[in-house]
Design a protein around this ligand. Structure first.
Ligand SMILES: NC(=O)c1ccc[n+]([C@@H]2O[C@H](COP(=O)([O-])OP(=O)(O)OC[C@H]3O[C@@H](n4cnc5c(N)ncnc54)[C@H](OP(=O)(O)O)[C@@H]3O)[C@@H](O)[C@H]2O)c1
Length: 415
């Protein structure tokens, strides 16, 4: 059985969650992919910190060591801040390695350019874990709501601020005491600014906007307010009117295709699905042109939920769900599935007849954008340029999972 090689950047809460998810769910991954998933290396910052890592996994502080791993298919990124995450992922994409990230601060700013770069290098980007932890909202928009036009999105996107508001209301705690409790429970960072001032929710909203609407509004046009001005008295008074303060990020696209967004505390009525969303839970409500309003609820952070989001994302990516289908890659030929389950390309070879060229099996199609190289009359070409070129194709060889360098070395290429 062949192997899918992966590396993990960062071994904190999320990095450990990914490693554990791969380890504990190896059988399910094998069943879904027909391949073993092998963690080859982990990048960390502090070489002195004690960690429990399987000795077969290389642990390094040098990103170059990660890039040098032969046949590396996917990098999971779970480090903090815009840099060096962006630089590392850019280099990975340029090398033809797929990426799966949880880093919302980095992805809110650089996601659009990373996606663009990934497209040019025919690799895929998973970013489910950047928004609402374990709730599959990005996948829902990317894969399940393709015909629906998303009209609006609302979300309780930050578990820490939701926990603080819930505790203040239920126990009459001051903001400071509730914040301290959330830090003791490990929900809020030592510097909680990003959570309580709404930056974390703001980043997630931008990622949602790009996913649902294909673009972000101007950052300065999004009103952002945190929760620091709220008091237990206000929260409890609202409760007596069957209202609750929730910190909500919202996006709406108007009839002129303008996107309006804000992140702020709002009052929700007990008839609203967000009313009962308590403590560290997150919730997202999407309005689609066909489906109407749907609401997703679940854990917005934590080792297992975020590890789950990244590994599910990885599976979708390897299964080719984020890659343009072969049909859409073909402009001058026609791709059809033949009776044996093979995908074949019908190319007009001359005026008189049409040839059928075996293109790739369904399994190989999963690898599109991974290691898909074709050889035309002895020349290496990328699949897209071959399929879109006018010239006759003499021979096509698809080398499933074999990187070009190895293929040439091993003399597998055919002409
Ligand atoms: N925690 C969650 O529930 C959650 C949920 C969704 C998304 N996220 C996002 O996921 C990312 C990771 O979060 P986390 O909670 O796992 O953070 P964390 O516990 O603080 O861990 C961060 C890890 O990144 C490593 N690291 C930091 N800077 C590095 C650098 N320059 N080079 C190499 N390694 C570096 C650290 O190395 P050392 O171990 O050597 O210090 C540590 O292992 C963040 O972007 C966060 O926003 C987190």
């Amino acid at each position: 059985m062949s192997v899918i090689n992966v590396a993990i950047l960062g071994f904190g809460t999320v990095g450990q969650g990914v490693c554990e998810a791969i380890d504990t769910h190896q059988d399910r991954l094998k069943e879904a992919l027909g391949k073993e998933v092998k963690v080859r290396a982990i990048l960390i910052k502090d070489p002195v910190k004690q960690r429990e890592i399987d000795p077969s996994i290389k642990v390094t502080t040098e990103f170059k060591d990660i890039l040098d791993i032969p046949d590396l298919h996917v990098i999971f990124e779970a480090i903090v801040g815009e840099e060096p995450g962006y630089t590392y992922l850019s280099k990975a994409v340029e090398k033809g390695i797929h990426i799966v990230t949880a880093n919302k601060a980095m992805f809110a700013k650089f996601g659009p350019s990373l996606m663009e770069k990934a497209k040019r290098h025919t690799v895929s980007v998973g970013f489910e874990a950047t928004t609402a932890g374990g709730i599959p909202v990005i996948g829902t928009i990317r894969q399940l709501l393709k015909v629906n036009e998303i009209k609006s999105i609302q979300g309780i996107l930050n578990g820490t601020s939701n926990f603080i508001l819930s505790q203040m209301r239920k126990k009459g705690l001051s903001f400071e005491t509730a914040l301290k409790q959330s830090q003791e429970k490990g929900y809020a960072e030592a510097d909680p600014t990003s959570d309580i001032e709404g930056y974390d929710a703001f980043y997630k909203l931008l990622i949602l906007s790009h996913t649902a609407f294909g673009r972000q509004p101007d950052w300065k046009d999004i009103r952002r307010r945190g929760i620091t001005h709220l008091t237990a008295e206000w929260l409890q008074a609202a409760e007596s009117f069957r209202l609750r303060f929730k910190h909500v990020g919202s996006l709406e696209r108007d009839g002129f295709n303008r996107i309006k967004g804000e992140v702020e505390p709002v009052l929700v009525h007990d008839t609203h699905p967000f009313y009962g969303v308590e403590d560290v839970e997150n919730a997202i409500s999407l309005k689609g042109s066909l489906v109407g309003r749907i609401t997703l609820l679940g854990p917005g952070a934590g080792k297992c939920p975020t590890g789950s989001a990244m590994v599910e994302d990885f599976l979708s990516l390897i299964q080719g769900k984020y890659t343009a289908s072969p049909e859409s890659a073909v402009h001058n030929g026609e791709v059809l599935e033949d009776s044996t389950g093979q995908w074949v390309l019908r190319v007009p070879a001359n005026e008189d007849y049409q040839r059928w060229i075996p293109l790739f099996t369904l399994k190989d199609r999963i690898q599109l954008g991974d290691f898909l190289y074709v050889f035309v009359e002895g020349r290496k070409e990328d699949i897209e340029s071959v399929l879109t070129s006018q010239e006759q194709i003499q021979a096509v060889s698809i080398l499933d999972e074999i990187p070009l360098e190895n293929a040439v070395k091993e003399g597998i290429a055919v002409s």
